[in-house]
Design a protein around this ligand. Structure first.
Ligand SMILES: Nc1ncnc2c1ncn2[C@@H]1O[C@H](COP(=O)(O)OP(=O)(O)OP(=O)(O)O)[C@@H](O)[C@H]1O
Ligand SMILES: [Mg+2]
Length: 254
């Protein structure tokens, strides 16, 4: 009896050990820091007058977080995304994304880093009007080493996952706003980015479509996709795992 008690409590069976290892791996995966923003600043100049769009921002983002960025107009939200997206150069500070310091990548390598590590989603979708949904998604993989057949298959699979299996050959003008935004989500996911940056992705759609886009973001985040979403909409923010608030270029994390 006594021995069994000890066995039950103290000693672990091989199966128990295996389960513990899997749990600990999952925990580590959940807690993995995917992005570290350190003392990031951006000053624009209007003639000689400095505009401090972002002041000394520090942010830690874990893999799979769905992070809302909120703040008044002109507070620096798009500036923050433009810096993380390497579309603008920081005045000061660092951005470490998935082990790469984005602020020290040589200019000529930036397009590749951007393509491989970052997915963009815009308010106005920015799809190419002459291309079909499938071609818009496939295009974003053209620079990868993937053969054409695989690119087309991946594009179709992503669009199907997003509920657009019946819309592959539709042009953007033949799609609703919500459908176009889902095409742009598929495009953002195509190269398996470390982070997706979405600037007001639900700014143009009705509340039902907004809810379906938020649902897609939540599902992606549950599968481990990290997403930063700039939004003015409290209904979007309340579904996110965390909210960063910016005022006059200063970030408050809560
Ligand atoms: N290229 C630029 N040159 C000069 N000033 C700029 C430039 N881009 C942005 N700014 C200024 O930087 C500040 C932050 O702008 P930003 O676009 O980041 O705001 P935002 O929070 O995204 O606002 P909105 O909610 O209206 O989109 C603003 O004062 C803006 O006027
Ligand atoms: Mg903006």
């Amino acid at each position: 009896m006594h021995e069994m008690g000890i066995k039950g409590k103290g000693l672990k069976t091989p199966n128990n050990q295996k389960e513990d290892k899997i749990r600990s791996n999952l925990r580590n995966e959940e807690q993995k820091i995917i992005m570290q923003v350190e003392n990031l600043s951006k000053t624009y100049y209007q003639g000689k007058i400095p505009v401090h769009a972002l002041r000394c921002a520090c942010i830690t983002v874990r893999k799979g977080e769905l992070l809302a960025i909120m703040g008044p107009s002109g507070s620096g939200k798009s500036t923050l995304l433009a810096l993380i997206g390497t579309l603008e150069k920081a005045t000061d500070g660092k951005i470490i994304l998935d082990g790469t310091d984005l602020t020290s990548v040589p200019e000529k390598l930036l397009p590749r880093v951007r393509r491989e590590k970052i997915g963009f989603i815009f308010q106005h979708y920015n799809l190419i009007p002459t291309l079909s949904a499938l071609e818009n998604v496939e295009l974003s993989m053209r620079f990868s080493r993937m053969p054409k057949k695989e690119r087309v298959e991946r594009a179709a699979a992503l669009l199907e996952e997003l509920g657009l299996g019946g819309r592959l050959s539709h042009k953007p003008s033949e799609l609703s706003g919500g459908e176009q935004q889902r095409v742009s989500i598929a495009r953002a996911l195509a190269n398996k980015p470390a982070v997706i940056l979405a600037d007001e992705p639900t700014g143009e759609v009705d509340s039902k479509t907004r809810d379906s886009i938020v649902r897609v973001f939540k599902e992606l985040s549950e599968k481990g996709q990290t997403i930063l979403v700039v939004t003015h909409d409290p209904e979007v923010a309340k579904e996110c795992s965390r909210i960063l608030r910016i005022t006059d270029g200063v970030i408050k994390d809560n």
